[in-house]
Design a protein. Structure first.
Length: 163
């Protein structure tokens, strides 16, 4: 069971895929959309990344499916926590990463759209295409909190007077 993320035109769509068509494919390969679903007829996707069941990322420079302990500097997998312009020299860290081939241990696959198909992704995933709900202004929230507090005080005073 893979969790697949498709990124296209500013929106990411998610679905679960239970098949073996992508096992053995490498990161950076082009995949036909019908390998995942029949709805994706005409689509062409590129595999951009993945992660395994323990959360280790797949690294394009490593061959195979297994885990590797890689000494990385400021590249993929190592972030700068200080000012980005002032990178300390000689600081490297050993990280666990997986090879570039998708295996049965894969949990998540990231794809980008290389070629659009006959149907739009918004039509294929209508439940994920809902507009975001607008949040209430801060003033309305403050008033709601005050009302809740007064209701609680009234309820407590009624309990005390009933006893």
């Amino acid at each position: 069971m893979f969790k697949v993320n498709i990124s296209g035109k500013g929106k990411t769509y998610h679905f679960e895929y239970d098949g073996e068509a992508v096992i053995g494919r490498k990161i950076g390969e082009i995949v036909d959309g019908t390998d995942f679903r029949d709805d994706f007829s005409g689509y062409v996707f590129k595999i951009t990344g993945a992660s395994d069941k323990a959360g280790f990322p797949y690294y394009t420079a490593l061959e195979g499916q297994g885990l590797h302990h890689v000494l990385v500097s400021y590249k993929k997998g190592k972030k700068v926590k200080q000012n980005k312009r002032l990178k300390p020299r000689g600081v490297r860290l050993r990280k666990t990463m997986r090879g570039n081939t998708i295996s049965p241990d894969t949990m998540q696959i990231n794809l980008i759209v290389e070629k659009e198909g006959t149907k739009k992704l918004a039509e294929i995933f209508p439940e994920q295409n809902k507009p975001k709900e607008k949040k209430a202004p801060q003033e309305v929230k403050a008033e709601e909190k005050k009302e809740d507090k007064t209701e609680l005080k009234e309820a407590k005073s009624e309990e005390v007077s009933a006893q």
